[in-house]
Design a protein around this ligand. Structure first.
Ligand SMILES: *[C@@H]1O[C@H](CO)[C@@H](O)[C@H](O)[C@H]1NC(C)=O
Ligand SMILES: *[C@@H]1O[C@H](CO)[C@@H](O)[C@H](O)[C@H]1NC(C)=O
Ligand SMILES: *[C@@H]1O[C@H](CO)[C@@H](O)[C@H](O)[C@H]1NC(C)=O
Ligand SMILES: *[C@@H]1O[C@H](CO)[C@@H](O)[C@H](O)[C@H]1NC(C)=O
Length: 367
C-alpha cells in the first residue's frame, strides 16, 4: 500500500530526517469546491458564492466567518488533522508566502467551482478545476525559483493531493436548464464528459508532480435541503442521487485505470455515499436529530440559499446533518471524514502530536 509509505514518510519528517535529499515537509495541495474552500471566495471581490457573513464559522476558532461554508471544519480539514498534516492556507490568503507553502501546502478550493469551466458561471467569480491547476502551476514556479528544479520535484512528488469536485457540475450546471450542458447531454453522456475531463486534469497534475492523490466521491446530493424543497413531497430527488452514484462509479474506475498507466501514481477514490445515505435515513442512529432541513434558516422562507445574519440557528448544531441548504455541518463532516479514512485505510504518524481536532467552542448568540 502506497499510503503505508506516506505514514513512514510522515514519521521520518517528524523526526527531521531528510528524504531523497529534500529537507521539506509533507504537505497537502487541495483542489475543490465550497465543501473544501477555506477562504478563497472570501477574497474574490465580485463572487456571489461567499461565506463571509455570520453565522458561517461559528464553531471554528474565534467564531467569526473564515470563508468555510460550514459552522466548523471541512472534511479535508478533519482528514488532514487526523493524518497529522498541517492545514493548507487558502491560495488567496494575503499572508501566503513561499515558506508557508513549503510548510503547509496550499488550498485552491473555491465555492461554486466545478470540474467543467462552464459550471457555476452564475456565481460570476470562482476557480474552476482547470483554473485551480493553473494556479498550482504558478505555485510550482515560485517554489522552483526558491529551491531549484530537483528539490521542487522531490517536494511535489512527496506531497499529498486532494481533489474534491463534481457536485456543482450537477447542481449548478447539468440540472439547471439555463446551462446548455443540460440539453446537450443525456445522463450517461454527461457523466462520461465529466470523468473524461477529470482524467485529463489529473494527468496534468501528474505531469506537474502529483503522485499520491485522493479524489473524494459525491454524497447523495439529491438529499441536500435545497433539492428536497424542489420536490413536492419534500423527499430526496432520486434522479439526482443516481447521478452521484453513477459519477462515483465512473470516477473510481477511471482512477484505477489512471493509476495503472501513469508512472508511480497512486490515485485513489474515497467516498462516503452509503454512510451519508444511512445517516439521512436514520439520523437518530448516529446521534443526530434532523437530516432534512438546514440548521441556519431564515424563518419559513425556503430555500434560503445562504445563511445570513438575520437567520435563526437550530438549537443544537451538532444534531443537524445540514448547516445550510447545500452544506453539511461540522458533525456530519466528521462522520464523512471518518468513513473516508476507514475506507482508504489512511493512518497518521504516531510520532507527532495530534493537532486539536475539535474546533474551539464558541458561545451561541441565538437560541
Ligand atoms: C478552461 O479554462 C482554462 C483557464 O482557466 C483554459 O486554459 C482552458 O482552455 C479551458 N478549457 C476549456 C475546455 O474551455
Ligand atoms: C538534478 O538532477 C539531475 C538528474 O538527476 C542531476 O544530473 C543534477 O546534477 C541535479 N542538479 C542539482 C542542482 O542537484
Ligand atoms: C518513479 O519512482 C522511482 C523511484 O522513486 C524514481 O526513480 C522515478 O524517477 C519515478 N518516476 C517518475 C516518472 O516519477
Ligand atoms: C428531534 O428532537 C425533537 C425535540 O426533542 C423531537 O420532537 C423530534 O421528533 C426529533 N426529531 C428526530 C428526527 O428525531
Amino acid at each position: 500500500m502506497k499510503f503505508a509509505l506516506v505514514a513512514t514518510l510522515l514519521a521520518l519528517t517528524a523526526l527531521g530526517i531528510a528524504i531523497g535529499g529534500c529537507q521539506c515537509e509533507i504537505v497537502q495541495f487541495i483542489f475543490g469546491d465550497s465543501l473544501s474552500d477555506v477562504g478563497n471566495n472570501y477574497y474574490l471581490s465580485k463572487g456571489l458564492a461567499k461565506a463571509n457573513n455570520p453565522w458561517y464559522g461559528i464553531d471554528f476558532g474565534n467564531g467569526l466567518p473564515n470563508g468555510r461554508f460550514c459552522n466548523g471544519r471541512t472534511i479535508a480539514d478533519i482528514i488532514g488533522d487526523k493524518m497529522g498534516l498541517p492545514r493548507p492556507p487558502a491560495f488567496l490568503d494575503p499572508s501566503l508566502t513561499e515558506d508557508m507553502i513549503m510548510q503547509n501546502g496550499v488550498n485552491y478550493a473555491s465555492g461554486g467551482g466545478g470540474i467543467l469551466n462552464e459550471t457555476g458561471t452564475y456565481f460570476i467569480q470562482r476557480f474552476s478545476l482547470y483554473k485551480q491547476i493553473e494556479l498550482f502551476q504558478g505555485t510550482k514556479e515560485l517554489i522552483r525559483e526558491k529551491i531549484g528544479d530537483n528539490e521542487t520535484e522531490n517536494f511535489l512528488q512527496k506531497s499529498l493531493y486532494v481533489v474534491a469536485l463534481g457536485s456543482n457540475d450537477f447542481i449548478n450546471n447539468y440540472l439547471m436548464p439555463v446551462y446548455s450542458d443540460s440539453w446537450t447531454y443525456d445522463a450517461d453522456g454527461f457523466v462520461k464528459y465529466l470523468t473524461d475531463t477529470l482524467r485529463a486534469q489529473l494527468t496534468i497534475l501528474h505531469s506537474l508532480g502529483a503522485r499520491q492523490l485522493m479524489v473524494f466521491g459525491l454524497g447523495p446530493m439529491g438529499c441536500i435541503p435545497l433539492q428536497r424543497v424542489l420536490s413536492t413531497s419534500g423527499g430526496c430527488q432520486e434522479k439526482t442521487n443516481k447521478l452521484a452514484l453513477s459519477f462515483n462509479q465512473a470516477t473510481s474506475k477511471m482512477l484505477e485505470d489512471l493509476s495503472s498507466k501513469l508512472p508511480n501514481a497512486s490515485f485513489r477514490f474515497g467516498d462516503a455515499y452509503d454512510v451519508i445515505n444511512d445517516l439521512i435515513s436514520n439520523p437518530v442512529k448516529y446521534g443526530f436529530n434532523n437530516s432534512d432541513s438546514p440548521c441556519c434558516s431564515w424563518g419559513k422562507i425556503r430555500p434560503a440559499l445562504t445563511c445570513i445574519p438575520l437567520s435563526k440557528l437550530c438549537k443544537d448544531r451538532s444534531k443537524y446533518v445540514f448547516w445550510d441548504e447545500y452544506h453539511p455541518t461540522d458533525s456530519a463532516n466528521e462522520l464523512v471524514a471518518n468513513e473516508i479514512i476507514r475506507k482508504m485505510g489512511l493512518s497518521r504518524s504516531g510520532s507527532s502530536d495530534a493537532p486539536s481536532a475539535a474546533p474551539d467552542a464558541a458561545p451561541s448568540p441565538q437560541g
